[in-house]
Structures are given as C-alpha cells and as structure tokens.
Design a protein around this ligand. Structure first.
Ligand code: ADP
Ligand code: MG
Length: 551
C-alpha cells in the first residue's frame, strides 16, 4: 500500500469545491457517467484500430445504490487505468482541472450560471461524498489498483483483486447529501442528464411481461421476467442520417423528448453541419395550445449526447426559442458565462446557421405544399413574423413565404399582393396603397365598399403585422398602407383608367341626394357611389354589422 499527497496549493480543495458548486451538486452524476462513457468509447476506438487486443463486447454502465452502506457505485467496462494512469489522470490531471476552476471562478461564487456550465469532472464527486474510491483494471496486462481519498489532499493507493476490465467508482455519501441515496432522486437525474447517452446505462431491473405460451388459458397469468432497466436510448434520432428517418421516427422522438406533450409537432428541421463547426439536432415547430408550457418544454442543448441545459439563450436566435427539440454540439464552450457566449464567434455562427436553416426549411415547405403551409400558418406566424422584425437576413428569406391574410380568407405573399393591387390601388403620389383592417366587424361597411371596387383588404390578425407594415413601408419604394375606413381610399385611382365613375361630379351629387332621400340620411346605412364603375353595381348601400345585429 502506498499513500501520497496530492500537490495542492490550497491546503484543502474540497470544502472549496463544495462551497462554489453549492447550487449544482447534482451534476456529479453526469460527470462520473460522462467519464465512464468516455472510457468505454475510447476502448471501442482502440479495439477498432487493433491497438487494444481485447473483446469489446456489449459494454454497459451500471449505477447501484447501497442505501444501508450509504454508497453509490458507478461501474463501467471501459478501458480502465493502470497505477501510473491513476497517478497521472486522477492525482494530477483531474486535480489541475479542479484547481484551474477555482482559480478562475473564485470570485464568481454567486454566478450559478457559470458554475452550472463548468464541467468540473471527477472531483465533483466530492460535492456529495466524504470519501471516494476508484477500483480500476486497465485493458493492459497490469494489476488492478484501488485508490481512495477522503476529501483531504492525502490519498491511498494499493493493488486490488478486481479481475474484470473497467472502473468502479464508489462514493461514500456525506450526511448532507443523503438525498442521493433515494432511488427516485437518482432516477430523475438519470432521465434529466443521461437519457440519450451513447452507452446503455443500467439502473436496477424491471419486470417485463412476456407473451403467453400457446395453449394457455385466459385466466393464466402472463409470464414475466426480470430484465435490466436501461434508462437511456443510446441512438437518439438526431444522431442518425435524415435519409434513414421517416416522418413517424421524428414524431416518435418528439414524444420521447416531451412525454407530457400530446399534440403532434407541425414539422421538424434536421440540423447537420460539420464545417466550420459541428452541430447536429432536430428542431420542431410545436402546435400552439392554450396550456403550452413554454418554460418547461424547451429546446435542449447537448454536448456529445450529454444533456447540458435547456436554457439556449444566446445560442438559438431569440425568435426561435419557442421551438422545441435538441441541439448537440461539441463546439459550444460551456464553461463560460452567458455574456461571453454571446460574443463568441462560433456561437454567433451557430445562431445564424440555425435561423438560415429554419428559413430554408420553411421555404421548401411553402413551395412543395402551399395548401398545407397555409393551414399551419396560424401556428407558425408568430415565430416567423417576430423573426422578420428582429433579423434582416431572416426578413429577406422569409419574404418569399411569409403570408398576409385578406378579409376573405385568402393568403398572399407580399409580392403576390403587390402584383395584384399595383394597377388598381394607386394614390395621387403614385404610391401603391394597401388597405387593411384590424376589425372586420366594426369596419364591415367600409370593407364591403372596398371589395365592391375590387380592392383587396388585408386582415391584421396578429399583433406583429403592424410593425412589419412599418418595416415594409420604409424598406420598399412607393408603397403605403391605409386603413380601409381612411378618407383617401375614395381617392384611389387605377393606373390606366383614371376615371373611377362615368358620372360627372354634378350627376353624382344629384344621384346621391335622391338615394339619400329614400334611404334616410341619418340612418345607419351608408351609400357608396364609388362602386359605380363596376358594371354590375351602380352603387351600394351597406349597413354596419353591429346595427344589423341589433334588429
Ligand atoms: P475529463 O473527463 O475532462 O478529462 P475528469 O476530471 O472528469 O476530466 O477526469 C480526469 C481523467 O481521469 C480522465 O481524462 C480520464 O483519463 C480519467 N478517468 C476518469 N474516470 C475514468 C473512468 N471511469 N475510466 C477510465 N479513466 C477515467
Ligand atoms: Mg470528465
């Protein structure tokens, strides 16, 4: 047996680790399972290139709770460590990581954001354990070793009887952390952080019902068997090629991500880049519902299939944070503050890549199946319109598919609308006038009047369109928006044919007088002569909807 002293500049690092990481104790499990996963994947690599002459097999990681002994065990069948490696990687490397962390963030103890995103690694075990043991056997022909450390800089190192390859970490849980001895607590953590990790993770067993054997009677109970309870899906949809996935697979993955969501997503966007940064993921447009929990069901950020956070602020453009799904990137620096993140070049590129991908996908949906796109428009318009307001680049792309509804329920892109009205709705300054209403009922008579002249009337059915109109008015030449009940509608002219009515002004006045005499000047009816140029209707008399209802 050997003892040694970890080379520490602060006398005892562990109370410090505890103090600084106070808010996020639970990440110890994620860190240790990540190490177990790394060790397994490294072995896989070494066997595949012939460097490790051992059978890789079907390794799994196991988590065990020993409630009476107040211990948690984390076992893997990865590459293990030799004695020299324990000295190097645990005593020196892991330690220097912990020390570096403290150096950097000593003064940032309040900023839980920073701490939560710093992978402290192996030493995070001391946030919950008063003593930690490592029992490990390398795939190399060397004796197994047993390291233990009670939270002081002293450690103990001896040989061990362990015969099978891999590493076991034993945490002797401290009295203030006994919550982690509860099965339900660990189970919740595993689901939160490890649900999609690439190596199967076993946590206890579960009972599986088998099909009844042939000839069994109805009253015979179905046979059961105990099987490993594997808590993760090692091959989640986003790690697969889009070509290998059907629509049903995407929907299934959505349910896996958000088990409490019963509405199906409207559509998905599969992200896949490897240059100039690495990023995979699947984003979903959710169907808007009243009981939507925007706080809870958010986009989740992963790093190599390890859950990091569901606060993607700064990584995903703000207008897309209403989407759902997964983003996985090894290139996002996680151990830094949010303000740093927002200034980071790679992160900026990621953000603009995502908004470009979303715009491209929308555009292809629009082109390939316009009818379907129009049906979904009400659910997606908030996101698109908000995006158009907040990002010029997105605005340019979205102009091709953003839809504007008219009062009769048709949808036009802005260019389509412009083409439709530019010859018939022009004002004296030769600007194309686009009529709109935000209240179909109150402005019913004006709308009917405009329709009778063959004008299109936009329906402002979203609080964002008015802002978009402002943007369009300033960015496009010679267009203007006018409320359907505004005065100068009466002054619109046709580009070619400026005579709206074939009657002279005098004739009009006398005709109006005659009609008014019949209809009653102070009644709720409105007489509009301007419709006289449309051949079928010499004039129209309209009545507001609310008056009609009062009868
Ligand atoms: P990191 O994982 O970022 O390298 P850690 O502090 O988590 O830092 O771990 C330090 C090192 O200890 C690892 O790089 C690895 O070499 C070694 N190690 C930790 N856990 C295991 C394990 N389960 N199997 C093999 N080696 C391990
Ligand atoms: Mg690690």
């Amino acid at each position: 047996m050997a003892t040694g002293k970890i080379n520490v500049s602060v006398e005892n690092i562990f109370p410090l680790i505890k103090k600084f990481l106070y808010s996020d104790h639970e990440i110890f499990l994620r860190e240790l399972i990540s190490n177990a996963t790394d060790a397994t994947l490294k072995l896989k690599h070494l066997t595949s290139i012939g460097e490790a002459k051992v059978e890789y097999g079907n390794p799994q990681i196991e988590i065990k709770i020993d409630k009476d002994g107040k211990k948690i065990h984390i076992l893997d069948q990865g590459l293990g460590m030799t004695e020299d490696e324990v000295k190097k990687y645990i005593n020196e490397v892991a330690f220097s990581g912990a020390e570096e962390f403290l150096d950097k963030y000593k003064d940032a103890g309040q900023d839980a954001g920073i701490i939560g995103h710093f992978g402290l690694g192996f030493y995070s075990a001391f946030m919950v354990a008063e003593k930690v043991e490592i029992i490990t056997k390398s795939f190399k022909e060397e004796p197994a070793v047993h390291w233990s450390c009670d939270g002081s800089p002293e450690f103990e190192l001896k040989t061990s009887e362990k015969t099978d390859r891999g590493t076991e970490i034993v945490l002797h849980i401290a009295d203030d952390s006994t919550e982690f001895l509860e099965e339900s607590r660990i189970s919740t953590l595993l689901t939160k952080y490890n649900k999609f990790m690439p190596i199967p993770i076993k946590f206890g067993t579960k009972t599986e019902t088998l099909p009844k054997p042939e000839g069994a009677k109805d009253e015979d109970p179905a046979p059961t068997q105990e099987v490993d309870n594997i808590i993760n899906n090692p091959n989640p949809a986003w790690t697969k090629k889009p070509a290998d996935l059907e629509d049903e697979d995407y929907k299934g993955f959505y349910r896996e991500l958000y088990p409490m969501q019963f509405e199906e997503p409207l559509f998905n966007i599969h992200l896949n880049v490897d240059y100039p940064f690495n990023l995979t993921g699947i984003l979903y447009f959710p169907k808007l519902t009243n009981d939507m929990n925007i706080q809870k069901d958010r986009i989740q950020l992963y790093q190599n299939q390890v859950f990091v956070t569901d606060n993607v602020e700064g990584i995903v453009p703000e207008f897309l944070t209403m989407l759902r799904g997964v983003i996985d990137s090894p290139d996002i620096p996680l151990n830094v503050s949010r303000s740093y993140l927002q200034a980071d070049g790679a992160v900026k590129k990621i953000s603009s890549y995502i908004s470009k991908k979303v715009a491209d996908k929308m555009n292809s949906l629009f082109k390939n199946n316009r009818e379907d796109f129009e049906q979904k428009w009400n659910d997606i318009k908030v996101v698109i319109e908000y995006g158009m307001l907040s990002e010029d680049k997105f605005f340019e792309k979205a102009e091709k598919f953003a839809l504007y509804p008219t009062v009769d329920g048709s949808y036009f892109t802005f260019d389509e609308l412009l083409a439709k009205v530019k010859d018939s709705q022009t004002d004296k300054d030769e600007k194309t006038v686009i009529l709109y209403t935000s209240d179909k009922e109150a402005q019913h008579s004006y709308i009917e009047g405009a329709k009778a002249k063959g004008y299109e009337v936009l329906l402002l059915d979203s609080p964002i369109i008015p802002h978009l109109m402002q943007k369009l008015e300033t960015s496009k030449e010679k267009i203007t928006f006018a409320r359907v009940d505004a005065d100068h509608i009466d002054n619109l002219v046709k580009k070619e044919d400026t005579a709206i009515s074939k009657l002279s002004e005098e004739e009009k006045t006398s005709l109006k007088e005659k009609i008014d005499a019949v209809v009653g000047e102070n009644s709720s009816f409105t007489v509009q002569l301007e419709a006289m140029d449309s051949s079928s209707q010499p004039f129209i008399i309209t009545e507001p909807e609310f008056m009609r209802r009062m009868k």
